[in-house]
Design a protein around this ligand. Structure first.
Ligand code: ADP
Length: 505
């Protein structure tokens, strides 16, 4: 029996699939986390660059305002131009909260009168500018520029919180600004925020140290988990299907190869045993040929004696013996030929009924009851009708011989049809003496017979015919008598119609 395609290991051990699924999910999740982190890093780098360029732009504007105010300062005592410009700057740029011109005649006001501011101004040369944190107003710093005409200094108070345009920072990002190591804006880092961007704004006399922080984010979220799980399920499912179909096609190829090898081997075995058979043929033919010779001599004698009745009897005997010799040669030819079977779809019930028509006469003559229990539904099989009929005929003839020789009481031959998976089984069972173990072992050997008139070719030929049509013939152990089973493939279109006909021998 060629090996059946083995079910895929995955199908036999579903936990393999489960393990693979978990592993793939973990891999995909890892990949998504890695991808997410790369994206976050890229976004943070871009954000740091945006913040830096926005703030640089703002502090450059401060410097430009101071330059404009410096140019207007000489006119401060005779016109209100300086005040007007200072007012419009403060209006347009709300982060610039106060602008003071401090001279000998115009003392500082507000934060600008802080001693630290005055001290810083005193260290500067005209045209130079510097800044310091405003101790009076949180988050503010003072930008101071020394001017020569009039001798004094300009003092501008700037709200560091508005150095960035509104909405520039995503909600999870915090901003920290310090000046000379003193914090102006302190980010709330209570939740363990991580710094991702740090820079100092160089030039323009406002060396602000800026720090960008972000709230810690979870490594992964439910969306990532679900997508990984579903995607890996899809991948593992597809992989398992592909693997399984590959395994099956490989197994089918092996099976086809095995069947082809078996057929070649069987034929080679038959050819190899030709030598053995030749002696068997000679032995088998010796009897009819000897009979032909003696009957022919008897016919000649009858003719010489002008006895037509004797002549007829001798010629009839010759015909019989010649037929017997022809029969032996015909069976030998069938046995060793490798001609393919004419397989077709047929209803086994009809075939059995047709074969039994020819056997009813001999059965009646032998006093044997032929019992055939046809199933109610058609039993469609793939078989060669001529060969199958020959096999059935041989098996019933063998059973008739056995019943006659053993003089069994109430002799009966029962033919039944059963179904096993994709096979149909036709049983021929008799209630005769059956086959002893030695006979059962050799029954399928060519020229093995226990009958005085037997040829020993019936069962080997039947087995060969069955194999050629893709079936099998087997002797099955039985409680009483002999039982032979013909196994045939079911026709594809057939359904489980024969289920009701299942009769165990
Ligand atoms: P033959 O009928 O010429 O002997 P077979 O190959 O048909 O050759 O049978 C081989 C042998 O198997 C028979 O000689 C017989 O001993 C045994 N045999 C076959 N069928 C039966 C049966 N129904 N009952 C008992 N013995 C059988």
């Amino acid at each position: 029996m060629p090996p059946q395609p083995s079910p895929a290991r995955f199908a036999r051990h579903p936990w393999w699939l489960g393990g693979l699924w978990l592993l793939t999910t973990a891999l995909l999740l890892g990949l998504q986390i890695w991808q997410e982190r790369l994206n976050t890093q890229r976004q943070q780098t871009e954000l740091t660059q945006t913040v830096q360029s926005q703030m640089l732009e703002k502090i450059a504007q401060h410097k430009a305002h101071l330059t404009a105010l410096t140019a207007l300062a000489p006119l401060a005592h005779e016109s209100t131009a300086l005040q007007r410009v200072a007012h419009s700057i403060a209006t347009i740029y709300p982060r610039i909260e106060a602008i003071d011109l401090v001279t000998a005649s115009q003392p500082a006001t507000g934060s600008c009168q802080l001693p630290a501011a005055e001290q810083l101004a005193s260290t500067l040369k005209p045209g130079e500018s510097a800044s310091l944190p405003d101790r009076l107003h949180g988050g503010r710093y003072l930008l101071i520029k020394k001017i020569a005409n009039p001798a004094g200094w300009l003092c501008v108070r700037i709200d560091s919180e508005h150095l960035l345009d509104a909405g520039s920072l995503p909600p999870q990002v915090l901003l920290g600004i310090s000046l000379h190591e003193q914090p102006l804006l302190k980010p709330d880092a209570a939740g363990g925020s991580e710094a991702f961007g740090q820079f100092t704004l160089d030039g323009y006399g406002q060396p602000l140290q800026v720090q960008l922080l972000s709230h810690p984010r979870p490594w992964f979220n439910a969306r990532m988990l679900w997508t990984s799980a579903l995607l890996s399920l899809l991948l593992v499912g597809l992989g398992a299907l592909l693997w399984r179909s590959r395994q099956q096609s490989r197994a089918h190829q092996q099976q086809a190869q095995l069947l082809a090898n078996e057929a070649r081997l069987a034929h080679a075995a038959r050819i190899n045993s030709l030598g053995e058979m030749a002696s068997g043929i000679a032995h088998e033919l010796a009897q009819p040929v000897t009979a032909l010779l003696s009957q022919s001599q008897a016919a000649l004698r009858a003719q010489e004696l002008s006895k037509p009745a004797l002549l007829t009897a001798a010629l009839q005997a010759n015909v019989r013996e010649a037929r017997r010799a022809g029969d032996i040669l015909g069976r030998m030819r069938s046995y060793i030929s490798n001609a393919p079977s004419q397989v077709q779809t047929l209803d086994l019930r009809q075939l059995v009924e047709q074969a039994l028509l020819l056997l009813e006469g001999p059965a009646k003559q032998a006093g044997v009851k032929l019992q055939w229990i046809p199933p109610a539904q058609p039993c469609m099989a793939l078989a060669d009708p001529v060969a199958l009929e020959q096999v059935l005929h041989n098996l019933v003839r063998n059973a008739l011989d056995a019943l006659q020789q053993s003089a069994t009481a109430n002799p009966v031959i029962t033919i039944t049809l059963a179904q096993e998976d994709q096979q149909l089984l036709l049983y021929v069972q008799d209630n005769g003496p059956g086959l002893d173990s030695a006979t059962a072992q050799r029954a399928f050997e060519p020229f093995f017979t226990t009958k005085a008139e037997g040829m020993g070719l019936g069962l080997p030929l039947c087995a060969t015919l069955m194999e050629r049509m893709g079936g099998k013939l087997e002797h099955r152990p039985s409680a009483q008598g002999a039982c032979f089973a013909m196994q045939l493939p079911r026709a594809a279109a057939e359904t489980s119609a024969t289920g009701a006909a299942h009769v165990e021998p």
